[in-house]
Design a protein around this ligand. Structure first.
Ligand SMILES: [Zn+2]
Length: 123
């Protein structure tokens, strides 16, 4: 199964499930996502695609790069607060894999700050 060995794919599946749980419950949608949540999901998937860590991606709340714009970060936080604790029940395999991903070391990254390249060490 792809979720076991493809880190970014797993991340995408997890965020999709979390948004779906949230939307179905809070926005009373049934299986489908409302427009707002569809927008959030598309945004989140795009962020994962652009993640510079690629396969070494740490879990988002431990990530030193804040790649979400403020408004979207607030939204995704609300979703995670709601769906996070429910994942173990609804999607136990994903939840367990996510717990394991939390144990990942945040990799050393090269950041470009205003044209000068600096090597930053996080964690
Ligand atoms: Zn929704």
């Amino acid at each position: 199964m792809k979720i076991f060995f493809d880190r970014l794919f797993r991340e995408k599946v997890t965020i999709e499930k979390m948004i779906r749980l949230y939307c179905n419950k809070i926005h009373s949608t049934n299986g489908e996502l409302c427009n707002e949540c569809t927008e959030l999901l598309n945004y989140a998937l795009q962020r994962v695609d652009n993640c510079p860590f690629s396969d070494e991606k740490p879990v988002c709340n431990k990530c030193p790069i804040h790649c979400y714009k403020k408004e979207m970060r607030e939204k995704v936080r609300t979703v995670m607060r709601f769906s996070g604790p429910k994942m173990l029940f609804h999607h136990p395999i994903l939840a367990i894999l996510h717990i394991m991903d939390k144990g990942r070391k945040v990799p050393e990254i090269k950041t470009k700050i205003k044209g000068t390249e600096t090597v930053s060490k996080f964690n």
